[in-house]
Design a protein around this ligand. Sequence first.
Ligand SMILES: Cc1cc2nc3c(=O)[nH]c(=O)nc-3n(C[C@H](O)[C@H](O)[C@H](O)COP(=O)(O)O)c2cc1C
Length: 170
Amino acid sequence: MKVALIYMSRHGTTEKIIKHIAEQLTGEVQIFNLADEKYPDIRNFSNIIIGGSIHYGSIQTEIRHFCKRNMHELLERRIGLFVCCLLSTRDSDQFERAFPLVLKAHSKASAVFEGDLIYNKLNAIERLIFNPSKEEQDVIAINESAIKAFVSAFLNENAVASTPYIPLKS
Ligand SMILES: Cc1cc2nc3c(=O)[nH]c(=O)nc-3n(C[C@H](O)[C@H](O)[C@H](O)COP(=O)(O)O)c2cc1C
């Protein structure tokens, strides 16, 4: 099984999630960070997982462009989609807006994984906006069971539509 994992991450949480996903998969798994490689060649991959994080309500532009540019190929492949963000009542909205409708309808698995605010990585303006408490912020708790559930839905041959959203932390 050849799987391409395509992602964008600003402060590293989505990258950690991608690495956990990679550990759950067997076969040939290749990770593409769109920050380093804008135009990954996906022709040889029949399975593709795409993930990005939410900042100011939106997923990274590079993820949007990647989906748009490759839509035809993506619709011929097994697809998993996820976003990483702060959990709130807007979670499902943020996911809904992150990916094109047709791609969401086609995907075998989807998830909203909970991210974090990493104090040391915020710039001065971001610290003012979010006002995080230093002590509370610097731990990223990855919920492996949520990632396993996402991967298992992705691999499920019988899955015909997206699963409901899966929080990263239980
Ligand atoms: C400047 C900034 C803006 C953010 N905006 C949002 C937002 O609009 N909605 C949300 O749910 N989370 C928001 N977050 C939280 C991020 O989604 C969270 O920190 C996530 O873990 C980032 O993942 P990454 O490190 O892979 O980029 C924001 C974080 C930062 C630093």
